[in-house]
Each structure stands twice: as C-alpha cells, then as structure tokens.
Design a protein around this ligand. Structure first.
Ligand SMILES: Nc1ncnc2c1ncn2[C@@H]1O[C@H](COP(=O)(O)OP(=O)(O)OP(=O)(O)O)[C@@H](O)[C@H]1O
Ligand SMILES: [Mg+2]
Length: 348
C-alpha cells in the first residue's frame, strides 16, 4: 500500500526523515535478492522537526540535500513515508467484494472508522483474506490527512528529489521486518521503533499488523533527562545514549525509563488483550536509535516480561562492500530499518 504508486525500478532509494536524523538506504534490485549499496544518515537541527511535525521545511530540505551530496547519491527518485497521529491504520470488516469494487466504496466504509473529514483524507486499503469465501472480509484500511502527504511531497521536491511513492512508516517497518525475520510472521510478535521523539509500537498476529500506535517516548527526552537529573552536558548525555561514555548508576536511570516505556506499550496494546487473550506476544523486536541505548532494550524486556531482540535490517539483506561509511554497520543498523523498508519497495 502507498499513497503514490510507483513502477519497477532497479534501484530503490528509501528516505526516512526522522526528527533526529535523516536516513537514506539504497537497494539494488537487479541482482536477484536485494543488495544494500548505500546507507547514510545525518543529524537534523534540534527543532527542525518536533514530535513528527516539520517546523522548518527549508531546513529539513537542506539537510536532505546535504545528505545525498555527502553520500554521493545521484539518484533522484525516492520512496518516503508519513506517520504519526494524522495517519490511521485500522483493520475493518466489510461485505466481501472484488478489490476494484471495494475501491469504489472504501470512502463510505472509511467514514465510519476514521475520525477525519473525508474531504481532507487520502485512503488506501488491502484485503487481508482474499482467498476466503465468507460474506464478510477483513480489510486493512489506512487513511492519512491529505495535507500531510502533500507537505511531504513538497518537502522532498524542495530537496531536489522526486518522490515516487509515499508509504506509511508502519508498513515500511513491517516490510523490512518481514524480509529479515520471517520467523516472526507466525503467532504474535511485536516490534518497536524507538526514535528520537517517538516510539512506534507494532503488534503482528500471523504477520498481519493488528496494532500500530505511537508512544511519546524517545532518545531526545532521555538526553534531556540525563542533563536535568544527572547534570550531564548535552554532548555527554548523547555519548552515554550512544554507548560511547558511561555514567554512574546509569542502569537505574535506564530501568526507570524502560518502566515508563513498558507502560506506554502496555497501554497501547491493552485493547488487544480482550480480543486476543489466548495468544501472548512471544518476542519483542526493537529497532531505531533507542535500540542502541545501552541497557534500554534489556530493561524493557524485563518490565514487559517478554524476550527482546535488537532487530537488524541486514539480517537477510546482503550488504555490498563499502555501502556503509560508518565505523561499523552494527552501530547504525537499528536506525536503518525504516529506510531499508522503503528502499525495498520499488513497486506498488
Ligand atoms: N551511533 C549512533 N549515532 C547516532 N544516534 C544514535 C546512535 N546510537 C544511538 N543513537 C540515538 O538514536 C537517536 C536517533 O534515532 P532514530 O534515527 O531512530 O530517530 P529518528 O528517526 O530521527 O526519530 P523519530 O523516529 O522519533 O522521528 C539519536 O538521537 C541518538 O540519541
Ligand atoms: Mg524514526
């Protein structure tokens, strides 16, 4: 699913405009399996994007342009995404019909499920059980405020790039996750993307997203708390979060914050408990910059009483020599899950 459709190109360029870092992944599709040929990221000015909202599009566009330049990416066609509170993903039930017919009536159906004005919304959907013959079918509905999509397109154009598709964060993450962790596509599993401002909580049942929520938790606040509570400078706080420096009793700090995040995850997942009480989440996969924060993933697993694993977007994706200019691929891998998911999507 995507709000702007694309064709079959040999190269997929995924652009993830995060509130802390802009990230890009380039995937070559011409070689049988996907091969990562480039991954790069650059930090954004602190207030350019706040809680998912672009405050200064020109500054962000400059950041994107600078990243493409420094990484030597000449390709202009990119796949990007939108997310946050102006995007709604919902599993709904409706009368069984062909996809083309469903496309005609999806607006009417959506009206009952989406709290936005239908005039200002872009819709897409996917029939989840096309093989079934029951009179009703399950449909994954996605609605985004049109303005959000339009603004994202304008921002990318301002960066001298051409958006060939605008996807949804949760789907791109899911896509990357599915390719790398096929074993997580049965039973119930969860994956979290802990970013700079936001944590995306996703729960899958038999590989189908049954829950997709954002929790206001991210490394920006961790750093601010380290500054305020521990008197660390912004730079030292950042170094602690990136595992380059240590601070006394930092484990206690992480355990407290993990408890907070665990509560957010539990609240987000609460309504599932009633519907799917039989199946618990067997594993929580974690990506995003927050997955790199020493002790956080583990403390979170302890609070949730679910095993956690830091997810690697290159578990089953080949990485070409020289694709990454960082010290180690492992260091940046968790942050590349979303851009990789976008780069993997070269076709509608
Ligand atoms: N090696 C690293 N390099 C850069 N940032 C790191 C590193 N390790 C951990 N981090 C943390 O990860 C954060 C960025 O994570 P990420 O790229 O997932 O966020 P984002 O996508 O920009 O934010 P959001 O998704 O909330 O908009 C940084 O702010 C930093 O605190
Ligand atoms: Mg992010």
């Amino acid at each position: 699913m995507a709000f702007l459709k694309l064709g079959r190109a040999a190269l997929g360029v995924g652009l993830d405009i995060g509130s802390g870092y802009v990230k890009v992944a380039v995937v070559d599709h011409a070689k049988g399996g996907p091969v990562l040929t480039k991954a790069a990221m650059a930090s954004l000015a602190p207030d350019a994007i706040v809680e998912g909202e672009v405050m200064d599009p020109t500054l962000v566009a400059q950041g994107v342009r600078a990243l493409f330049q420094s990484a030597g990416i000449k390709h202009k066609k990119v796949v990007a995404a939108v997310g946050g509170r102006d995007v709604i993903i919902k599993k709904i039930q409706m009368d069984r019909m062909k996809e083309a017919d469903a496309r005609e009536v999806i607006g009417w159906e959506a009206e009952q499920h989406v709290p936005f004005d239908m005039e200002s919304v872009t819709l897409d959907f996917q029939i989840l059980d096309p093989e079934e013959e029951s009179s009703q079918m399950w449909v994954l509905l996605v609605a985004a405020k049109r303005e959000l999509v339009e603004n994202r397109v304008a921002l990318i154009q301002e960066a001298n790039l051409e958006p060939v598709a605008i996807d949804v964060d949760a789907f791109a993450l899911h896509n990357a996750f599915e390719v790398n962790y096929p074993e997580a596509m049965s039973g119930m599993s969860g994956f979290l993307n802990i970013g700079h401002d936001t944590t995306n909580v996703n729960i899958l049942e038999s590989g189908i997203p049954v829950l997709s929520r954002d929790v206001a938790f991210g490394t920006r606040r961790l750093r601010e708390d380290l500054q305020r509570e521990r008197g660390l400078s912004a730079d030292v706080g950042k170094a602690v979060l990136e595992g380059r420096e240590s601070s006394p009793n930092v484990e206690t700090f992480m355990a407290e914050r993990a408890a907070e995040l665990a509560l957010g995850v539990e609240r987000a997942a609460a309504f599932l408990q009633a519907g799917a009480a039989s199946a618990g989440i067997s594993k929580m996969y974690i990506c995003g910059g927050g997955a790199r924060v020493p002790g956080l993933a583990q403390a979170l697993g302890e609070k949730l009483r679910i095993p956690t694993e830091v997810a690697n977007p290159f578990q089953r994706v080949e990485v070409a020599p020289g694709a990454v200019e960082f010290e180690s691929l492992e260091e940046v891998a968790p942050m590349m899950m979303l851009p990789l998911g976008l780069a993997l999507r070269r076709a509608a």
